[in-house]
Design a protein around this ligand. Structure first.
Ligand SMILES: CC(C)(COP(=O)(O)OP(=O)(O)OC[C@H]1O[C@@H](n2cnc3c(N)ncnc32)[C@H](O)[C@@H]1OP(=O)(O)O)[C@@H](O)C(=O)NCCC(=O)NCCS
Length: 325
């Protein structure tokens, strides 16, 4: 999977900005990226502090671009654009300057101003603090009403042919309605295709095709119907239980007519509780490596790291993020 993404980047190298420029994991991943010829890291922070942190940890970042919010030559232009983007909230230049001292806002504006193609943050910031500047400044793509997210989960097979599945939305929308779930599914399908998945989409529930009752059952059934209308060629089923979605034997008894039952590889959850718990069960008990959350529906590729991430995950997510640019 990564070979393909690296080839995309080799053909069209990108710049990625890391707001947490002094973090050890960011520095380790950046030194690896710097040695590559497909992705240029840009670090935010005080130049001396960044180089000292790298030297203390033994990472070579010689020649890397470091941008210091306290000493940035395009700051006035950035403040003006920030106020323009937030004019509906009446943000003043002084307030903008204060916010731009925070590297999450500053980094997001670097992407907005075209100084970088993508951003990867969240090694120290929470998901909300990484995502909020993107929601406020980068905003949703034309024609989309929400930003959502998808995890790509990969498990090695002994045959060498890895198992790759997609799960959404496990990280952003807390309790999406049926229209939002339909939109999440369409975005997740496109994301799944980027990672080589031929999507078979399950709208998950505690009920399979009417076996159970309740508002969330109807929500998933209606969301499936709405998404199917938007993408008639993609196999979808819903509402469907997880066992019927993945186990052919169960599917034969619960939904024998379904093309998706027993073979689903793209899973749409009814809310963030189910999604977040679900992907972590796959990761911790199922032996899948989890890449994400990959933000969907945003006007530029900005992604969030887990605060528990390691340098290898930063490196992988940087490639995923930049390849989506
Ligand atoms: C994404 C999230 C951070 C947004 O929360 P928030 O910043 O408090 O939300 P607000 O309602 O104040 O919205 C802030 C801005 O983002 C926009 N926004 C919020 N959610 C959005 C979404 N899903 N899509 C697009 N825009 C969104 C709002 O319209 C608002 O824009 P405005 O300031 O221009 O009016 C929130 O939904 C959240 O906390 N989700 C769960 C994150 C999490 O903990 N995940 C689990 C760990 S991975």
């Amino acid at each position: 999977m990564f070979g393909k993404l690296i080839n995309i980047l080799r053909e069209n190298p990108k710049k990625i900005v890391f707001p947490e420029g002094t973090d050890n994991r960011i520095l380790e991943a950046s030194s690896r990226l710097l040695a590559s010829n497909f992705l240029t890291p840009v670090l935010i922070g005080n130049e001396k502090e960044v180089y000292d942190a790298a030297a203390n940890s033994g990472f070579n970042i010689n020649g890397i671009t470091v941008i210091d919010p306290e000493n940035y030559d395009r700051l006035d232009e950035m403040v003006e654009l920030f106020c323009e983007l937030r004019k509906s909230k009446g943000v003043t230049p002084d307030e903008a300057r204060q916010m731009l001292k925070k590297s999450n806002y500053f980094g997001t504006m670097l992407v907005k101003m075209g100084e970088a193609d993508a951003l990867l943050g969240g090694a120290t910031y929470s998901t909300a603090d990484t995502v909020r500047p993107a929601l406020q400044l980068i905003k949703t793509k034309p024609g989309k009403s929400i930003v959502s997210s998808c995890f790509i989960l990969v498990r090695e097979r002994a045959t060498g042919n890895n198992e790759v599945i997609a799960m959404a939305d496990c990280a952003i929308n807390i309790n999406p309605n049926e229209d939002e779930i339909a939109e999440i599914a369409i975005e997740a399908i496109n994301c799944a295709k980027t990672f080589g998945i031929d999507p078979k989409v399950a709208f998950l529930s505690y009920s399979t095709l009417g076996s159970g009752k309740g508002d969330t059952v109807e929500k998933m059934r209606n969301a499936c119907r709405k998404a199917q209308a938007k993408a008639p060629d993609i196999p979808m089923e819903g509402e469907i239980q997880f066992d019927a979605a993945v186990a052919p034997r169960v599917a034969r008894s619960k939904c024998p007519e379904s093309d998706v039952g027993g073979h689903a590889n793209t899973f749409i959850f009814p809310d963030i509780n189910a999604g977040n718990i679900g992907y972590k069960i796959a990761q911790r008990f199922g032996g899948f490596d989890a890449y994400g959350p990959i933000l969907l529906g945003l006007n530029a590729p900005i992604n969030d790291l887990s605060r528990g991430c390691n340098a290898a995950e930063v490196y992988s997510m940087a490639i995923v993020t930049a390849a989506l640019a």
